[in-house]
Ligand binder design. Structure first.
Ligand code: AMP
Length: 181
């Protein structure tokens, strides 16, 4: 299992998709799964750029991982997003005999994130919501990385500010350093 971390607009979904195609993995995005839910309260929270509760997201991720496990390895895009989620994932993956191969951290400066997201134009891509989502990432990135380092998970950091192709090449240049499980 490969985990993706990065600010909104870093290109996690695009790079996760390209990487999944290249490695023959299945990419799972918590954002996509949550947006597909017909729950008004949840949709409103997402539009405000607020995080959904750990319990709900963990249950969703657990179901998805178990459903896909037989199809091969996974890329998790958008999870973990809190230290509690990171700690839960490390513990649960161990219990089910899985393995976290690496945390792929795609870094992009906030100005570029804002520029990319405004042109993407998703419903939660308004400048004040983007700022809230960037701040959420800024606050949790270091402690999530620390949790993964503590669990012996390699951290691969890639500069996501260049073109999609170029970033994909940077990802591929690093991905060989993930743990073999
Ligand atoms: P994304 O598509 O990854 O940008 O996620 C969009 C929105 O979904 C976020 O702003 C959160 O409201 C929600 N979300 C996605 N992943 C998580 C998660 N792991 N924990 C809590 N909320 C999440």
């Amino acid at each position: 299992m490969i985990l993706m971390l990065g600010p909104p607009g870093a290109g996690k979904s695009v790079q996760g998709g390209l990487l999944a195609a290249e490695l023959g993995y299945v990419s799972i995005s918590t954002g996509v799964l949550l947006r597909a839910r017909a729950d008004e309260e949840l949709q409103a929270m997402m539009l405000r750029g607020e995080l959904i509760g750990d319990d709900i997201v963990q249950k969703l991720v657990q179901e998805e991982i178990l459903a896909h496990l037989s199809r091969g390895d996974l890329i998790l895009d958008g999870f973990p997003r809190t230290v509690a989620q990171a700690e839960w994932l490390v513990k649960w993956v161990k219990e089910v005999g899985g393995c976290i191969e690496c945390l792929l951290h795609i870094t992009v400066e906030p100005e570029l994130c804002l520029k990319r997201l405004v042109s993407r134009g998703r419903q939660d891509d308004k400048s004040e919501v983007i700022s809230a989502r960037y701040k959420e990432y800024k606050d949790v990135a270091a402690p999530i990385i620390e949790t993964m380092v503590g669990a012996d998970v390699p951290i691969l950091t890639v500069d996501g500010s260049q073109s999609i192709d170029r970033v994909h090449k940077l990802v591929m240049a690093q991905i060989g350093q993930r743990k073999t499980c």
